[in-house]
Design a protein around this ligand. Structure first.
Ligand SMILES: [Zn+2]
Ligand SMILES: [Zn+2]
Length: 224
């Protein structure tokens, strides 16, 4: 679990998904919506941080059940659609996903709409797309100005005493992590919520992000 978030609009009448969860979680998704007294058609969009299988495992089912369009960054379409040309150690990730799709009988999804860095999406009082490559090329976070909250996808993961970058085999363009971390630091959100974490505590997760940033020496050396 922890692979998707459901954001309910203030009027309680509609909602959007951030990512589409892992396989076998559809029953949880249905339960969430029932508890919120929302019909499947109340889901207005499925926004993807990136296209790894643990984030799009339910995509086809969720899309068909809700009718909601799937949104992703242009560079992420190949991941979602299962045709990303993994290279180097990253190929292990591609093999695992291909095998996973066969074993779990997953159908490959498709993207309906494309967003780009800086786009303001008309959900949850406005969600700004923040392109944060490193984990994948088209990996994006979503920033809510109203809540001063950044959903940071798989930029990092955080469990108890272990806050870390995603495992090396999962990262397509790791050289881009430092710049993405600097972007988040400059954005300076009060709360950060990644996709993989132990406790939903945005302030604590923000502090853990800061510690990881310092430990990794991602800040640029001061000039002069
Ligand atoms: Zn991932
Ligand atoms: Zn993930």
């Amino acid at each position: 679990m922890g692979c998707s978030h459901l954001l309910v609009e203030e009027d309680g009448q509609s909602a959007v998904f951030l990512d589409a969860g892992f396989v076998g979680e559809m029953f949880l998704v249905r339960r969430w919506l029932r508890r919120l007294k929302l019909e499947p058609s109340a889901v207005r969009a499925i926004l993807l941080t990136h296209g790894h299988l643990d984030h799009v495992g339910n995509l086809v089912e969720l899309h068909e059940w809700t009718g909601a369009p799937v949104w992703a960054h242009a560079l992420e379409h190949p991941h979602v659609e299962g045709r990303y040309p993994y290279k180097g150690v990253n190929r292990v990730c591609g093999w695992a996903e291909a095998a996973g799709r066969v074993v779990l009988r997953r159908r490959v999804g498709a993207v309906d709409r494309t967003f780009a860095d800086g786009d303001m999406l008309p959900f949850w009082g406005g969600l700004r797309v923040v392109h944060l490559p490193g984990h994948t090329r088209g990996h994006c976070g979503f920033y809510s100005e109203r809540h001063d909250l950044l959903f940071s996808g798989d930029l990092f993961a955080s469990y108890f005493f272990n806050t870390h970058l995603p495992p090396a085999i999962l990262n397509s363009v790791p050289a881009e992590f430092p710049a993405s971390f600097r972007r988040v630091t400059a954005l300076n959100p009060r709360w950060i919520v990644p996709n993989h974490y132990d406790l939903l505590d945005g302030a604590r997760l923000r502090r853990r992000f800061d510690r990881l940033y310092r430990r990794k020496n991602f800040a640029l050396p001061l000039a002069g």
